[in-house]
Write a protein that binds this ligand. Structure first.
Ligand SMILES: Nc1ncnc2c1ncn2[C@@H]1O[C@H](COP(=O)(O)OP(=O)(O)OP(=O)(O)O)[C@@H](O)[C@H]1O
Length: 268
């Protein structure tokens, strides 16, 4: 099984470098003495959806949050190895983490709309990130990003009403619009549909498929049907290792490892 995993990783590393936006090399992560990730090697393709799957506690979120250095704030967290986004070494401790998060945005499990108007939810990151920006341009960006997040038509008549008064699915699309305002290259999604009903979930899935035209999407999901529906590539995590990774079609139809096969059958 280990040999099969290595050959897949090597194959990925050989892919056209232009198509790769994030490369992860020999990455390890610890919380205190707990080795949460072991020797992860992975290439994440540009303008594609990559899904991280695997049982609970196997390191998916740890890797996701390491990609934009969100884990830096956790007491006892440390890592080794290299994560690069294009030519930027995001694991370089001298880099400003805010700068990294401008390029690598994140959307969380539960919609975290701010308790303010829909308009102000988007205005806030815009004024924080683009100094001296004109009001007219702020308006334009807000409308553009609400449209990109497939939300504009549903909220255009209540932009100045509270963001907390819209549905959970709409709030999640608002959070996606907010992440888009600063023009990231990559957007990380940590189980973005786990608190949503099936209809709201399908809307987010459709949106992610649209977003990959402009952005690179990485998603942690426990929903295998979701990964199957939307992911181009899949990485299967087990006990802190990436056991298998590759094209979604291949992962779901002809997995190499018994562990992945068992996971897909719901045995583990
Ligand atoms: N903040 C933290 N402090 C200490 N240990 C942590 C922390 N977050 C995660 N861990 C540990 O790191 C390991 C990997 O957890 P992680 O959340 O990355 O897994 P996961 O695959 O995303 O799980 P889930 O699917 O349940 O979200 C687990 O052993 C977990 O207990």
């Amino acid at each position: 099984m280990a040999e099969e995993a290595i050959s897949l990783q090597e194959k990925d590393i050989d892919s056209n470098i232009e198509d790769i936006v994030i490369s992860i090399k020999d990455f390890n992560a610890w919380y205190g003495n707990n080795n949460a990730l072991s020797d992860v090697n992975m290439n994440i393709k540009r303008n594609a959806i990559t899904a991280f799957i695997g049982p609970s506690g196997c390191g998916k979120t740890t890797l996701l949050r390491s990609i934009n250095r969100m884990n830096d704030v956790i007491n006892g967290y440390r890592c080794s190895g290299i994560i690069k986004m294009d030519n930027i070494e995001v694991t370089d401790s001298d880099l400003d983490t805010l700068e990294i998060r401008r390029k690598i945005g994140m959307v969380f499990q539960d919609p975290n709309a701010f308790p303010m108007s829909i308009y102000d939810n988007l205005k806030l990151p815009i004024v924080e990130n683009f100094s001296n920006i004109e009001k007219k341009r702020i308006n334009e960006i807000i409308i553009e990003k609400l449209k990109d997040a497939a939300l504009y038509d549903e909220v255009k008549d209540r932009l100045h009403k509270s963001a907390l008064k819209i549905s959970g699915g709409q709030q999640q699309r608002l959070c996606i619009a907010r992440a888009l305002t600063i023009e990231p290259k990559v957007i990380l999604f940590d189980e973005p549909c786990s608190s949503l009903d099936p209809i709201a979930t399908l809307k987010i899935e459709e949106l992610l498929v649209q977003l990959k035209e402009k952005y690179t999407v990485v998603i942690v999901t426990h929903n295998m049907e979701q990964a199957r529906r939307i992911a181009d590539d899949v990485a299967f995590f087990y006990k802190g290792e990436v056991v298998e990774q590759g094209a979604s079609e291949k992962i779901f139809t002809t997995p190499n490892s018994q562990i992945l096969s068992n996971y897909l059958k719901g045995i583990i």
